[in-house]
Design a protein around this ligand. Structure first.
Ligand SMILES: NC(=O)c1ccc[n+]([C@@H]2O[C@H](COP(=O)([O-])OP(=O)(O)OC[C@H]3O[C@@H](n4cnc5c(N)ncnc54)[C@H](O)[C@@H]3O)[C@@H](O)[C@H]2O)c1
Length: 257
């Protein structure tokens, strides 16, 4: 039982692909806290899987959203506005890079590959915040997902490290812009989790092993641990926190060796 009560609140969780998606873990924990939700899936191909997941959840609505299409983002917010009252949070849990740009020599990243990764993984937070803000009449919380490759070199992460650095910068700038409306913007920097997106990272299983060996807690983190911090950030418990990146990584980021 999650000891946070968000009954009467609602919001949107972007980026559910399957039962291992961080977005799905967050949606479940938020649902347990009593909220009404719209969850988005990227395209028709994912619809069946995501709709099966949401079966039996009375307060979850499904919406399609490809963030590379501005109209999709606008449609999600207009549909969410019709179906949900009192929108107070948005979770952005979306990233993408071409497989060839997640390996090999970073300097060989193509112009197109750079644009794709930055557009989907970082730019997308801006229109989402732009559409969300007017709906958050009593303030709100916007949460995105990042990774430590924004600051340190993780071979195999390549262009996604650049995208995460941009994303974390956006969190700070959006926090400043939206702060006067009492809208908070934060990122969770998660340790490695075995999800669909992670499968594209070369050497991912080694990364997990090394994190488990060297982190202060001597283990990998769980999806639920990330979800619980998202819940905290969506609740009033975190009312004084904005513009920050919270590591949920078993403490790995403090280690020198
Ligand atoms: N898994 C990890 O180890 C880890 C660690 C730190 C941060 N993250 C971040 O967490 C977030 C969620 O990833 P995940 O690990 O849950 O994997 P995931 O594959 O379950 O989620 C990624 C989501 O992004 C969506 N997506 C990709 N391109 C899109 C587009 N054009 N429009 C709309 N949606 C699109 C996918 O459909 C999917 O739902 C990502 O930002 C990822 O970088 C993951």
């Amino acid at each position: 039982m999650i000891p946070v009560d968000l009954q009467g609140k609602s919001g949107i969780v972007f980026g559910v692909a399957n039962n291992r998606s961080i977005a799905w873990a967050i949606a479940q924990v938020l649902h347990e806290a009593g909220v009404s939700l719209a969850i988005t899936y990227q395209n028709e191909r994912l619809y069946e899987r995501v709709s099966k997941l949401a079966e039996g959840y009375d307060r979850i609505t499904l919406l399609e959203c490809d963030v590379s299409d501005d109209q999709h983002i606008a449609d999600v917010f207009s549909q969410a506005q019709q179906r949900l009252d009192n929108i107070s949070f948005v979770i952005h849990s979306i990233a993408y890079a071409n497989r060839e740009d997640l390996d090999g020599e970073f300097s060989k990243t193509s112009r197109q590959g750079f644009q794709t990764a930055l557009e989907v993984s970082a730019y997308s937070l801006l229109p989402i915040a732009r559409y969300a803000a007017p709906l958050m009449e009593q303030g709100g919380s916007i949460v995105t997902l990042t990774f430590e490759a924004s600051e340190r070199v993780y071979p195999g992460y390549n262009i996604m490290g650049t995208a995460k650095a941009a994303l974390e910068n956006e969190v700070r700038q959006l926090a400043y812009e939206l702060g006067e409306k009492n809208i908070r913007v934060n990122a969770i920097s998660a340790g490695p989790l075995e999800t669909l997106a992670a499968r594209g990272i070369h050497g991912f299983l080694d990364m997990r092993r090394i994190h488990a060996e060297r982190s202060p807690l001597r283990r990998n983190i769980t999806l639920e641990e990330v979800a619980k911090v998202a819940l905290f950030l969506c609740s009033d418990l975190s009312s004084g926190i904005t513009g920050t990146t919270i590591p949920v990584d078993a403490g790995y980021h403090i280690m020198g060796v």
